[in-house]
Design a protein around this ligand. Sequence first.
Ligand SMILES: Nc1ncnc2c1ncn2[C@@H]1O[C@H](COP(=O)(O)OP(=O)(O)OP(=O)(O)O)[C@@H](O)[C@H]1O
Length: 280
Amino acid sequence: MTTPATTTRTVLEATGVTMRFGGLTAVRDVDLTVDTGEIVGLIGPNGAGKTTFFNCLTGLYTPAEGTISYRGTRLSRKPHLVTQAGIARTFQNIRLFANMTVLENVLVGRHTRTKEGLWSALLRSPGFRKAERDSEQRAMELLDFTGLATQRDHLARNLPYGEQRKLEIARALASEPGLLLLDEPTAGMNPQETRATQDLVRAIRTQGTAVLVIEHDMRFIFNLCDRVAVLVQGQKLVEGTADTVQADERVIAAYLGTPTDPTTPPGETPATTDDTGATP
Ligand SMILES: Nc1ncnc2c1ncn2[C@@H]1O[C@H](COP(=O)(O)OP(=O)(O)OP(=O)(O)O)[C@@H](O)[C@H]1O
């Protein structure tokens, strides 16, 4: 099914996405697009709904309302099919295979791009061995790209924290995504590692993968992103360039936690409860 409004440049188009947990509306009527060659930031205070929105995009959650399309085609609600379609992600809490090597972790990320089936693998057919060699070559390219090639045989759990985050990115890239979702990629990093991650994300964009990134480090976001969307209490409050977002008083109010509802445009009455009666 194609979405007529989508342009050929649009990689991701999310429209009216709403996700509820019982009485809590964690994401409310959020629209967001990411175009080819873009790095888009998603920011907001703790509990604003950023990770929940990512989980809706990747099929981990099924939104109550809204549509999500990748390159004009509605996405399946099954995470492995979303990856196969071209969206890869990293997680806020690192999810590596701790007792596998660095190289093996990246090879796992290749599985959606390997056509050889179970019997081919069990019989170690020539086709399977060729696919295995190609996968390993691509995995090594990605380890070079992310600066992890010399650690290829180290166990993932023995890597320093910053390198584990890089390995998560390498593994996500192994599925050859057109869109990469990064959930707090610099959490726990020192300033030098954060700058290196900034360069890495730019390089990923240069290689043709659009990026949507959640991050609390504002310097990182404003230095890096072409466009920034701000979520507050599940709603998109503002979207624009770094300058637009930084100058918006409602964004400042949301971060400082002023008692007025920052999602209410000036002159309107603030909403205090959601439609289920719960305070968002
Ligand atoms: N599985 C869940 N069940 C119930 N409530 C949830 C669930 N996941 C998230 N929430 C709630 O939804 C709201 C949004 O949470 P979410 O983790 O998406 O926010 P966030 O913007 O990613 O926050 P942070 O920056 O702290 O990671 C919060 O109130 C959270 O408690």
